[in-house]
Design a binder for this molecule. Structure first.
Ligand code: FAD
Ligand code: 2HG
Ligand code: ZN
Length: 462
């Protein structure tokens, strides 16, 4: 849908609040806010507003609500489900200028951050206190704290610290009518009613605009050991992942790259993996242990116990060598993007059905699009597989691929969105995981907080 013009009086009011430099309407400038990271989702917008703090955000929402202008909140625009861009001519509320990092509360191991702080900046800000943010992901340089809460982002350390919702101990947000709700004390025990932080986590910008977040922090585990483990089959890698989860107390990350994705990322990096052989359905795990003292013996002993499952292993202890092993996992998304515009199906399977899924999903895909190229990787320690699918020459695959994979996931008892959210990409399949009664409850919550339907009106809720 093309962008709807906004009345000049509204533009003037907004400029009075945030300053004229932060009200953007030139299509050449706003275009960058209207296309997502994957380039699959592109729209247009009449207006991008860039507030600088909570008060400005509230005042802007007051003006936009009075003018009945629908809004897409946007952080780093690294979301992968088409939820962060205006696909129906909405205005964009860019939150990146809310980038204040308040002093770390070392007594409580907590910090309050502006919604626009990037993950890299958050990590750097808390590091000097010997503390770390519990969620880490490859888009760290652009992804913002507000966007990560709004999507309940997962990443590589969920098996140790949980996803973003588990890090939130306080939240401040602006509701659709411009009201500010703020609960940032961060008390560990606080049973005084509904937990708005939990509700806003995973709400994908549909219930409120997050302006500040208080995060729980974790003691940094400075000693690391990283292993790249090669397996003959995906099923062997799945069995090994379960064994490592049971035996390595200091397990910090347990990631997988399956054959096709490993071939692509190796080509992209111009380096072949140091262990294992490409082709014939092989699979790799990246297992990282982290502790106060050197965890390499613990990881090494657990790897040795994998016995017959394992083809070969490379272990790295120093940062440079560890990074070289991580590159085969961290660069997969970038390698796929360089090859074309994929459909991204981010799913979780119950442990008992995981191997069946990794073995079976390629046939499910090829049954609806025989030219499609499935590329599998993900956070295997959480049962989370990223199924990316490219069409011939990097084109998009048939649209039916999405439905086929997501129905298969639901049949096996899995979730159609592990960590990226529903956005616009999976709207029509939400019913596969959520009952009519649940969807009615979602709708009631939405109407209570945003009766005019102004916040991300085309995202998450069918
Ligand atoms: P955006 O993309 O700007 O927005 C995402 C959603 O949140 C939208 O619906 C938007 O409307 C809403 N939103 C944004 N800011 C606010 C706010 N302040 N208030 C209310 N709503 C808001 N995700 C994972 O979970 N795990 C990964 O491992 C992972 N790795 C990635 C690797 C790469 C290379 C890339 C490109 C992406 C990856 N992602 C991953 C996806 C993405 O980084 C996350 O979803 C991230 O949380 C999005 O943050 P953002 O600031 O970019 O949000
Ligand atoms: C990751 O784990 C991200 O690397 C991106 O969640 C996944 O590109 C994807 O599908
Ligand atoms: Zn992921």
């Amino acid at each position: 849908m093309s962008a709807v013009a906004i009345a000049p009086a509204v533009m003037d009011e907004l400029a009075d609040i945030v300053g004229p430099a932060h009200v953007l309407s030139d299509p050449e400038i706003t275009a960058g806010y209207a296309i997502d990271w994957t380039r699959r989702f592109a729209g247009s917008t009449p207006l991008v507003v860039r507030p600088g703090d909570t008060a400005e955000t509230a005042a802007v929402m007051g003006v936009l609500a009075a003018a009945h202008v629908a809004v897409v909140p946007q952080g780093g625009n690294t979301g992968l489900v088409g939820g962060s861009v205006p696909l129906a001519g909405e205005a964009v509320l860019s939150m990146r200028r809310l980038a204040a990092c308040e002093p770390v509360d070392e007594l409580a191991s907590q910090v309050t951050l502006g919604a626009g702080v990037t993950l890299t900046d958050a990590q750097a800000h808390v590091a000097a206190s010997g503390l770390s943010v519990g969620v880490d992901l490859a888009a760290r340089e652009s992804a913002t704290v507000g966007g990560m809460v709004a999507t309940n982002a997962g990443g590589i350390n969920v098996l140790r610290y949980g996803a973003m919702r588990a890090q939130v101990v306080g939240i401040e947000a602006v509701l659709a009518n411009g009201t500010v709700v703020s609960h940032l004390a961060g008390l560990e025990k606080d049973n005084t009613g509904y937990d708005l932080g939990s509700l806003l986590a995973g709400s994908e910008g549909t219930l409120g605009i997050i302006t500040r977040v208080r995060l729980r922090l974790h003691p940094t585990q400075p000693e690391r050991a990283t292993a790249l483990l090669a397996f003959r089959t995906a099923a062997d890698a799945v069995s090994a992942a379960a064994a490592l989860r049971r035996s390595v107390a200091s397990l910090h990350a347990l990631e997988a790259v399956f054959d096709g994705a490993m071939a692509l990322v190796s080509e992209h990096l111009g380096v072949t993996p140091p262990v294992g052989t490409l082709g014939d359905g092989a699979a790799w795990l990246v297992a990282e242990a982290a502790a106060r003292t050197d965890p390499s013996d613990e990881l090494g002993a657990a790897v040795a116990e994998l016995d017959d499952l394992l083809v070969d292993a490379a272990v790295a202890l120093d940062p440079g060598s560890r990074q070289r092993l991580w590159a085969f996992r961290e660069n997969v998304t970038e390698a796929i993007s360089a090859a074309g515009i994929p459909h991204k199906l981010d799913v979780t399977l119950p442990a008992a059905r995981l191997a069946e899924f990794t073995d079976g999903v390629a046939d499910v895909i090829r049954a609806v699009d025989r030219d499609a190229r499935p590329l599998l990787f993900g956070h295997l320690g959480d049962g989370n597989v990223h199924v990316n699918v490219l069409g011939p020459g990097g084109s998009e695959p048939a649209q039916e691929v999405d439905g086929a994979v997501l129905h298969y996931v639901a049949e096996l008892g899995g979730s159609i969105s592990a960590e990226h959210g529903i956005g616009t990409a999976k709207l029509s399949q939400l019913h596969l995981n959520r009952s009519e009664a649940e969807l009615a409850a979602f709708g009631a919550i939405k109407r209570a907080l945003d009766p005019a339907g102004l916040l991300n009106p085309n995202v998450l809720l069918p």
